[in-house]
Ligand binder design. Structure first.
Ligand SMILES: Cc1ncc(COP(=O)(O)O)c(C=O)c1O
Length: 454
């Protein structure tokens, strides 16, 4: 569960007679806030309680159909109800069991296949969520180096554990002029673990250099999303990741790539394959599971020795659960068998969407930036024409969040869903068709004219 973004206003809803609204009201009597993730029931969300989904489409409990550009926040690389994933899961649960409580061959097979895509994970461990795997990855960095401090970046999200949950969408006024400074706890009730974290401006090598010069000897690791995807979508500047890799090596600091979003998405082998930079520790999750709750963290044999026979504990009753491993194996099999076709096709469909939206907004004089990396994309409405957004401060300063919400409401009412907070990117899948994209673009044309042309 991520923190609620305080910069955004309360938004109108579809009206209390709506079936989704009524269902949420019922949900609020048993579930705090009506759902188990705050991100799905933000105050400015038009209520959408999902009934079912197939391919690139989702239906709500009132029977309305939407083209889904959210793909469950990223996991569904092959769309909803992907037949090969269903087949593998049904076979597993009907013939072999779902939770065996022993080492299993299917877990070993899934690990072997994941390693083929991420050779930097010479040894890995499966876990159940990005939060868990990031927390373990950070412990691994601390154990291996004997150092305590961690450097993170503004706008980057690594889950809600004690280790890393900082206020990643902090107001500009709270960000240090120096370009780096102490982390701010992301929620109430946290212990002092976060006090060990320094937060630095991303895509700013100078800030990281100064930060490492001051704190380097105490720093265990530098953790980042190699493509920033939790505060709009911002790509690493040319050479930035390579330079960070060199700097961390110079200071004996481990480099951790949180590829929870980018793994299997910006390339089969994630950002480390796309940008040719190898981290010391990798975390993957979302797309590797095909919609089932899985994550993994891994590193060299030498580092992972801390778990094999060293002092670092890692466990989890459900880690390596057989249902989850069967879906993971099905996803990995599909990617390994056809990556040469899957990724170019995803790039093509994404270019059609991003290019189409860019053309419409440009033609109507709506200031925006359209960014994509593989089937991961973001349309950021800006308050005027600005230089390419390079980091969280730029996104926070220049983006027009309120107009985006109005536009999103129009699109949702027209049958296209993406998240109403423009910090959240959109995700496409192999299930999206050119027909889906063309329908989305028709609604974008109407939505831009209705909500954004002034
Ligand atoms: C980059 C990144 N890391 C970690 C997480 C946390 O993953 P989870 O929500 O599965 O705990 C997320 C979730 O969105 C994420 O985007």
């Amino acid at each position: 569960m991520k923190s609620q973004k305080s910069i955004l206003p309360e938004a109108p809803t579809n009206g209390s007679s709506d079936a989704c609204q009524q269902m949420l009201e019922r949900g609020r009597r048993s579930i705090a806030g009506g759902d188990s993730s705050t991100m799905r029931v933000l105050p400015y969300h038009i209520p959408l309680v999902a009934d079912r989904a197939l391919g690139s489409h989702v239906w709500d409990v009132a029977g309305r159909e939407y083209i889904d550009l959210n793909m469950s926040y990223g996991p569904l690389l092959f769309g909803h109800c992907a037949p090969h994933v269903i087949k593998a899961v049904v076979k597993q649960i009907s013939e072999r069991g779902s939770q065996l409580g022993f080492p299993t061959e299917i877990t070993i097979r899934a690990a072997e296949k994941l390693q083929q895509l991420f050779p930097s994970m010479e040894l890995l461990r499966f876990a159940n969520s990005g939060t868990e795997a990031c927390a373990s990855a950070v412990r691994l960095a601390r154990t291996a180096t004997g150092r305590r401090k961690l450097i993170m970046f503004e706008g980057h999200y690594h889950g809600w554990s004690e280790a890393v949950f900082n206020r990643y969408h902090a107001p500009l006024s709270e960000l240090p002029a120096e370009g780096f400074g102490p982390a701010i706890p992301g929620t109430t009730g946290m212990s002092s673990g976060i006090d060990e974290v320094i937060v630095c401006q991303w895509n700013d090598l100078d800030a990281l250099e100064r930060c490492l010069a001051r704190h380097g000897s105490e720093v265990a690791g530098v953790i980042m999303e190699p493509v920033m995807a939790n505060a709009g979508l911002v790509l690493p500047q040319e050479g930035y990741l390579q330079a960070v890799r060199e700097l961390t090596l110079d200071h004996g600091v481990l480099l951790l790539f949180d590829e929870v979003i980018t793994g299997l998405r910006v390339a089969a082998g994630g950002a480390q394959e796309r940008f040719l930079v190898t981290p010391d520790i990798t975390v993957v999750s979302k797309a590797i599971g095909g919609g089932y709750p899985v994550s993994a963290f891994g590193a060299s044999k030498e580092l992972m020795e801390q778990i094999v026979s060293g002092p670092l504990f890692h466990g989890g009753v459900f880690s390596g659960n057989a249902v989850v491993m069967s879906s993971t194996e099905a996803v990995l099999d599909a990617v390994l068998a056809d990556r040469e076709n899957i990724y170019p096709a995803l790039e093509t469909i994404t270019a059609r969407l991003v290019g189409g939206i860019d053309e419409i907004m440009t033609r109507h004089g709506v200031p925006h930036q359209a960014v994509s990396c593989g089937p991961l994309l973001s349309i950021m409405l800006t308050k005027g024409e600005v230089a390419p957004l390079a980091n969280y401060r730029d996104v926070r300063q220049h983006c027009d969040f309120e107009s985006y919400i109005q536009f999103q409401h129009f699109m949702q009412n027209a049958g296209v869903y993406f998240h109403p907070n423009q910090f959240e990117p959109m995700f496409l899948s192999t299930a999206h068709t050119t027909d889906d994209i063309d329908q989305v673009l028709e609604h974008v044309e109407e939505g831009v004219q209705t909500c954004l042309v002034r």
